[in-house]
Design a binder for this molecule. Structure first.
Ligand code: NAD
Length: 483
């Protein structure tokens, strides 16, 4: 029996969304060169939230020039001075976190519980963490007096709009680079509110520029000759296109792309705890997470027991209004993403896997997908190979640790993995064998600004977060004393 919760909606009134926004260039909000705009909608209701400017190649040029001009002074500031701005931004994010959490849930569709308790605290933590590095770069392991690269062109996806912005902007600024950032077209609003925070923090003009727009804006940004460093998070397909664009130039590149993580449960694992980890692994942010534990590999001897417990737990998940504090699963970010999830789930059924979802009522407006699991999945099935980026779990079984490793590594990706076992020796043995950038043990989807994150193979290259995340924004060290 489950208890019925009364609705507990967070107030929408804490955020004031303007009917339209311009581009943030050289410290000012300005209209796009050709006056083009597009609408951003709330995926849970399809309500138009605002209209934002669509940046063209001319706007990219204007923003890159502003960032270049600002670079001279910004990069010459002592690290301790840059740190003050970053600390100020971190504190402003904390002060405005309720407003930003509501905004993020409205524009993205994610539950307020997540934007409030995961996204926003992590955004502030990233700025605090990299503020701490700004005056210690000499001690970061990249030689004496490492230099910034120049202008960073940064393109981010829609699944964690403000958090991905923080992952990109905090290390870039700490190391003395300036930034032109393009948020995803379906979630532009929190980046524009961040622009306002930069103004509130008194950040010098041109250090951070925000260009809203679609893929064509992103393509113009990464191709711009004035960009010295490209940082991209998004799909593998676009990552490959970007790699082709920058090939032959001396731009430094990091690519954080897709994933198809294995979450591996051994027969000695604490199963109730594992169930929570599986749920968190695949249903956090509606499964629209690059490191989601989208393939459950469970040891055959406990498969039935685990699946029974998992189904029991899934029946208690509450799908609905992202602004309701009791909601576990919110809306899918866009109609396109919903169509992709739907098509892959249908392919799972057509290829012979068995589909199961708890009964749940989905709202009539907006983009929704019930939490779903597939059993009887083989490694050849599309749902075992392709990134679904939705609340869909593919369950496979194994008998021996060696078989678990083989199945887990049987993917073109290599971003993350999870291992559930009581044996420390097995955890370490598995972690050594798994080809994944991040490996969690007896937990999943844990993020910390001090910990590097990134992938192997088609999950991209380069690391973000931690001391390693500084490297992507620094040029090889100059000779002793030189600058
Ligand atoms: P996407 O690649 O379609 O879009 C990402 C961003 O790139 C958007 O801002 C988009 O406008 C822009 N873009 C599109 N075409 C472009 C082009 N030709 N040149 C430059 N920019 C272009 O991805 P998405 O659907 O928005 O995001 C989901 C994907 O992101 C998933 O595959 C997911 O795994 C991945 N992701 C990876 C990480 C990670 O850290 N590895 C984190 C989050 C998301």
């Amino acid at each position: 029996m489950t208890f019925d919760y009364a609705p507990a909606p967070e107030s929408r009134a804490v955020v004031d969304i303007a009917p339209s926004y311009g581009l943030f260039v050289d410290g000012e909000f300005v209209p796009a060169h050709d006056g083009k705009v597009f609408k951003t909608v709330s995926p849970s209701s399809e309500e138009v939230l605002s209209e934002v400017a669509q940046a063209s190649a001319e706007d990219v040029d204007r923003a890159v020039k502003a960032a270049r001009k600002a670079f001279e002074k910004w990069s010459a500031l002592p690290g301790a001075e840059r740190a003050k701005y970053l600390f100020r931004i971190a504190r402003l994010v904390q002060e405005r976190s309720r407003e930003l959490a509501v905004l993020e849930s409205l524009d993205n569709g994610k539950p307020i519980r997540e934007s409030r308790d995961a996204d926003l605290p992590l955004v502030a933590a990233h700025f605090f963490y990299y503020a701490g590095w700004a005056d210690k770069l000499d001690h970061a392991g990249y030689g004496h007096n490492p230099r910034p690269l120049g202008v960073a062109g940064q393109v981010i996806p829609w699944n964690f709009p403000l958090l991905m912005l923080a992952w990109k902007i905090a290390p870039a600024l700490a190391t003395g680079n300036t930034v032109v950032l393009k948020p995803a077209e379906t979630t532009p609003l929190s980046a524009l509110f961040f622009a306002d925070i930069c103004r509130q923090a008194g950040l010098p003009k041109g250090v951070v520029n925000i260009l809203t727009g679609d893929g064509s804006t992103g393509a113009a940004l990464v191709a711009h000759p004035g960009v010295d460093k490209v940082a991209f998070t998004g799909s593998t397909e676009v990552g490959k296109a970007i790699a082709r664009t920058v090939a032959g130039s001396d731009k430094k590149v990091t690519l954080e792309l897709g994933g198809k993580a294995a979450n591996i449960v051994f027969d000695d694992a604490p199963l109730d705890q594992a169930v929570e980890g599986i749920v968190n692994g695949i249903f956090f942010n509606q499964g629209q997470v690059c490191c989601a534990g989208s393939r459950l590999l469970v040891q055959e001897s406990v498969a039935e027991e685990l699946l029974d417990a998992l189904k029991r737990r899934m029946r208690t998940l509450r799908v609905g209004d992202p602004l309701d504090k009791n909601t576990d699963i919110g809306a899918i970010n866009s109609a396109e993403q919903l169509a992709r999830i739907t098509a892959l789930a249908e392919a799972g059924e057509a290829e012979g896997a068995e589909r199961w979802s708890p009964s749940c009522e989905l709202p009539s407006a907006g983009y929704w997908f019930a939490p779903t699991l597939f059993t009887g999945v083989t490694q050849a099935h599309r749902i075992a190979r392709e990134e679904i980026f939705g609340p869909v779990l593919s369950v496979l079984t194994f008998r021996t640790p060696a078989e678990a490793v083989e199945k887990a590594n049987n993917t073109p990706y290599g971003l993350s993995a999870g291992i559930w076992t009581e044996k420390g020796s097995r955890m370490l043995w598995m972690a050594n064998k798994l080809r994944a950038g991040v490996i969690w043990s007896n937990t999943f989807n844990k993020f910390d600004p001090a910990s590097p994150f990134g992938g192997y193979q088609e999950s991209g290259f380069g690391r973000e977060g931690g001391r390693h995340g500084l490297e992507a924004y620094l040029a090889p060290s100059s000779p002793e004393g030189a600058r």
